[in-house]
Design a protein around this ligand. Structure first.
Ligand SMILES: Nc1ncnc2c1ncn2[C@@H]1O[C@H](COP(=O)(O)OP(=O)(O)OP(=O)(O)O)[C@@H](O)[C@H]1O
Ligand SMILES: [Mg+2]
Length: 278
C-alpha cells in the first residue's frame, strides 16, 4: 500500500469502506455537515472504533464530540464569509472606496488583530448568527430534497455559495490510528475571533474545577450558561464527553487559532477506549 493516495467522494467512501478502513491514516475534506456527510462520518467512526477494539459505549461520546467540533468549523467558515461580506459592503458604502481598494482594506483589517476585533463591533452579531443558522437549515433542506425551497431561498443560497467560493474556505479532518492513541485533527479556514478564545479557556477551566469535585455536569446548570456570549456551551459538551470517558479534556482536546485558521486536536488514548467499565 505504501504511501499511495486514493481519493473518494461522498457515497464512494461507503462503497469502499473495507479497503479504506484497512489503512491507519485518513484525510477528509468536508463541504458542510449535511445529513449524508454526518452519516458517512458516523460510519467511519464506528468502523475505526471496531477496528481498535473500543467499547461500543464510547462511540456516542466520540461521535457527538466530533460533530460539535465539525459544526463549529462549518459555522465558523460560514460566519466568516458573512462577516467579510458585511465588512466589504460597509467599506464600499461609507465613501467612494473603489472595489479593489475596499478589498485591500478588508485584507489589511483582517490581518491586523486589534482592527479585526474592533470591526466585530460594527457587524451585528445577532444578524450574523441568524444568517448562519438560516444557511445551515436551508442547505440541509436542499440536500435531503424533502421540501422544495422557495425561489427567494434558492437565490439566497446561490448568493452564499458564490461568496463562499470566492473566499474558498475549507474544512479538513485528519484521523490517525497511532500506537497508543486515536488522533483527530479538524481544521477550518477562519479564526476564532475577538475575546472568544480567552472566554472559552476561562469557561473550560471552570468546568475542570467542577469536574475535580466530581460534579462536571453541574456546569450545564442555567447559572453557568452565558447565553449572550455564546462561548463555551458547544465546547463544554465536548469536554463533558471526555469527562464521561474518564479522560482530562484539557490534556486530550486543544484548540489553536491564527489569523487564517482554527485547528482542533482530539486525542483518545486507545486503552481508555477499550476499557469496559463506565
Ligand atoms: N472552528 C472554529 N472556527 C471559528 N470559530 C470558532 C470555531 N470553534 C469555535 N469558534 C468560536 O467559539 C465560540 C464558542 O464555541 P462553542 O461551540 O463553545 O459555543 P456555541 O454556543 O456552540 O456557539 P456556536 O453555536 O456559535 O458554535 C463560537 O461561538 C465561535 O465564535
Ligand atoms: Mg458550537
Amino acid at each position: 500500500m505504501g504511501n499511495e493516495k486514493i481519493k473518494y467522494k461522498g457515497q464512494e467512501i461507503l462503497e469502499n469502506l473495507d479497503s479504506i478502513i484497512a489503512r491507519d491514516h485518513f484525510h477528509f475534506e468536508l463541504k458542510g455537515l449535511t445529513k449524508s456527510t454526518r452519516d458517512v462520518v458516523n460510519e467511519i467512526v464506528q468502523r475505526i472504533l471496531d477496528k481498535i477494539g473500543a467499547n461500543p459505549l464510547t462511540s456516542f461520546h466520540l461521535f457527538s464530540g466530533l460533530m460539535e467540533v465539525l459544526l463549529n468549523a462549518v459555522k465558523g467558515n460560514t460566519r466568516f464569509v458573512i462577516f467579510k461580506d458585511e465588512l466589504l459592503s460597509k467599506l464600499q458604502s461609507s465613501g467612494q472606496t473603489p472595489e479593489q481598494e475596499a478589498e485591500e482594506l478588508l485584507d489589511t483589517i483582517l490581518e491586523t488583530e486589534p482592527l479585526r476585533d474592533a470591526m466585530q463591533r460594527y457587524i451585528v452579531p445577532d444578524k450574523i448568527k441568524k444568517n448562519v443558522q438560516k444557511i445551515l437549515t436551508l442547505q440541509d433542506k436542499k440536500r435531503t430534497r424533502k421540501i422544495n425551497l422557495s425561489p427567494q431561498d434558492q437565490e439566497f443560497l446561490e448568493l452564499v455559495r458564490e461568496k463562499s467560493k470566492k473566499y474558498n474556505l475549507k474544512i479538513s479532518m485528519k484521523i490517525e490510528i497511532r500506537e497508543t492513541e486515536l488522533y483527530i485533527r479538524i481544521r477550518n479556514d477562519s479564526p476564532i475571533m475577538g475575546m472568544d478564545l480567552s472566554r472559552i479557556q476561562k469557561s473550560r477551566q471552570l468546568h475542570a474545577e467542577l469536574a475535580k469535585e466530581g460534579k462536571s455536569a453541574e456546569f450545564f446548570r442555567p447559572d453557568f450558561l452565558d447565553e449572550k456570549e455564546s462561548a463555551g456551551f458547544g465546547i463544554a459538551m465536548v469536554d463533558e464527553g471526555f469527562y464521561n470517558l474518564g479522560l482530562d479534556p484539557l490534556e486530550c482536546f486543544s484548540i489553536q487559532t491564527s489569523k487564517h485558521t482554527t485547528s482542533v486536536y482530539l486525542s483518545y488514548p486507545i486503552e481508555a477506549l477499550q476499557k469496559m467499565e463506565f
